[in-house]
Design a protein around this ligand. Sequence first.
Ligand SMILES: [Zn+2]
Length: 307
Amino acid sequence: MAKEESNQRIKFAYRLSGWSFDGGSKSLLRDQADKILPSEYTAEMESEIFCPVCYTILIRVPKDKDYFSNGRDAYFAHMGKYKEVKCDLRTMRPEGKRYDNYEEAQKAVDDEDLVVISGFLQQRPEAPEVPAGKYDETPVEDINGKLTEVPLGRHSGESFKLPSKITTVAGICRRFDENINRYYHFPNGKLAIRLIDLLHDVRDVTIEDEIPRLYFGIIKNIYCLAENPKPHNKRMTQLQCSSTVRDFRIKPTIEIAQQKGITETSIGRVVIMYGAVKEDGLGLGIENLKWGEFALLPRQYEGLLIT
Ligand SMILES: [Zn+2]
């Protein structure tokens, strides 16, 4: 039960007073429930919190809020009562999602349970100028990509042609709380994996990795080597990293960093990026991030990644 679930894959619970898994409308729950982090749980929420994937009732572990001083190590777990309801958030090691047939996979795309990504926008699309002084990114919608053959059949070797999206990390961040439990298929990926399981913490990275992956990191320091910085100079952005790594940097140009809202005031914020980890000086980093390949995570979602 609870013990084997201490993997903390349930990032938030739906809370709706009076709702019940037995007979309750799932769409009503999704529309009306509050999203609660394990650290936000209080005793009066007992029997009012539900799994965002299988909708069965959850418990907070430990139940007693005062057990830990700040709720940092608290997590949500399923109840044994609903053991027969399958939910892959119960498992320690997530498996990729597979589909029985094309119709099932297409339905998952239509329902936005599955997102097939065929690429990230390399350049900023033509868009109205952002008002001066406003650093929020101009919202850019996903662009529809080609039908893409993805190997997501339950039977080995079976693949389906599904509609894909050319997206941005900013787009993934925009409704991050909803996206976090969706399945994503990234370019050249073998499986569709929940976003929560695709995100790698930079603090756990100790070696190079040539396969592009999705990473998140906390900005530790921002500086520029140029004396009179120009838009094409690099805004050195250092991220919190493993103690065995000298430093971990991304180096967007000042111009692009500005468009992304990454400024000297962004220290402590979370940045999400898609790329390969390479040596950078004596440390590590992700180089040549293109426009759509990194973004600041809106503050309201930080609690879903950083506890
Ligand atoms: Zn569940």
